[in-house]
Ligand binder design. Structure first.
Ligand code: PMP
Length: 404
């Protein structure tokens, strides 16, 4: 039973007003609000447990370590990874992709080798590869999308060459909402011996992800987009790949033995976790995952699919509406412009009505170029949003449009 009113009570911020209007928070693709249980778990840990993790002999350190490693197990089960060794904590999706870009390119690629992404990637799945391209002379290619915002699989296939060493692809576009057929792409990549990284920043909050079923080689996602704290995220990597990759950053926690002559590194996953981890955030993330699981990922997905369908239907009734992203499989993101109203004007005026949306390029300049716009307005949904909030958005857009 998906009791939306009860769920909303778990997020006190949703009750607040802005400009004396009820807050309608539709900027969830940027970050989600946090339920009380996450805040309570983190407060409780700082209040009663806090101590640095790993190798501490004292009681608090062991307790903090237990919570931190229990969080790793919660993440493992959440994505159905085979082993906890395959779960690396990072600061977020961005750091997870940078980790792979740096260590994979350095150890597995030579000048002239290719990485293939798509035209709908977030900058964090473009720029890390460009940095390596500049340093090492690797080539970054990008597969095209059609006018509905779907990936053109034939184009993706045609861009694969014997020099393609990795495909890195968004599971769900943060601008178009398109759900990419990553399982099929992984299959066709594996048939050619190419590993695949899935950017799960916009999918992990919305759907059940099973890394064994997808058979992805890497998966990256961020805690703050799935009701957890900021500053924590996950890189899943198949053990065989993580074993092959060199360390990312050096420091404490990631070493086995350090000497002036030769330093050896910790086993997985610690090899990739230099320095004190954000062990309170990992516990917060695990609490957020358990919260989502208590509602049921299938129920969350069904609720958000219905919101997306309803929003698209309502948006189509607005005169001069231009929708970006009309893929048949789409999730929780609606990007639009109305006539020639600037996205910033629309966003600013909606804000005055209490409606929080995001405006601009959404960290996807190449996609904006493909769409032929400087930016869009984006409404994005979470498990606590309601149809009434979509009605408020639609009424707000009509009101702003009338002003122009
Ligand atoms: N990829 C996608 C598809 C995203 O939407 C985002 C966040 N907007 C990121 C990567 C980067 O996530 P973070 O800033 O949490 O590292």
């Amino acid at each position: 039973m998906y009791d939306i009113q009860k769920i909303r009570e778990d997020f006190p911020i949703l009750q607040r007003e802005v400009y004396k209007k009820p807050l309608v928070y539709l900027d969830n693709a940027a970050t989600t609000q946090k339920p009380l249980c996450v805040l309570d778990a983190m407060r409780e840990e700082y209040l009663n447990v806090n101590a640095n993790v790993h190798r501490g002999v004292h009681y608090l350190s062991q307790q903090a370590t237990d919570l931190h490693e229990a969080a790793r197990e919660t993440v493992r089960a959440f994505i159905n990874a085979r082993k906890i060794e395959e779960v690396v904590f990072t600061r977020g999706t961005t750091e997870a992709i940078n980790l792979v870009a740096q260590t994979f390119c350095e150890s597995q690629m030579k000048a002239g080798d290719e990485v293939l992404v798509t035209d709908m990637e977030h900058h964090s799945n473009i720029v890390p590869w460009q940095l390596q391209a500049r340093k090492m002379g690797i080539v970054l290619k990008h597969a095209s999308i059609d006018d509905e915002g779907c990936l053109e699989i034939s184009n993706l296939k045609s861009q694969i060459s014997e020099r393609t060493k990795l495909i890195s692809i968004a599971h769900v576009s943060n601008v178009l909402g398109t759900i990419n057929p990553v399982k099929d792409i992984i299959k066709l990549a594996h048939e050619r011996g190419i590993p695949v990284l899935v950017d799960g920043a916009q999918s992990a909050p919305h759907m059940k992800i099973d890394v064994q079923d997808l058979d992805c080689d890497f998966l990256a996602f961020s805690g703050h987009k799935m009701y957890g704290p900021t500053g924590i995220g996950v890189l899943y990597g198949k053990e065989e790949w993580l074993e092959k990759l060199p360390p990312y950053q050096g420091g404490g926690e990631m070493i086995d033995k350090v000497s002036w002559e030769k330093t050896t590194f910790e086993r997985l996953p610690f090899k990739f976790e230099a320095g004190t981890p954000d062990y309170v955030a990992t516990h917060g993330l695990a609490t957020a995952i358990k919260y989502m699981e208590s509602l049921g990922m299938e129920n969350i997905e069904a609720h958000e699919q219905e919101l997306t369908r309803y929003c698209m239907e309502q948006m189509r009734t607005i005169p001069n509406m231009r929708l970006f992203g009309e893929a048949p499989h789409k999730d929780a993101v609606v990007s639009f412009l109305v006539g020639d109203i600037h996205h910033l004007d629309m966003g600013t005026l909606l804000d005055r009505l209490g409606i929080a949306v995001r405006t601009g390029h959404h960290c996807a300049h190449p996609l904006m170029d493909r769409l032929g716009v400087a930016g869009t307005v984006r409404a994005s949904f979470a498990l606590y949003n309601t149809k009434e909030e979509i009605d408020a958005l639609v009424a707000g857009i009509r009101r702003v449009s009338a002003m122009f």
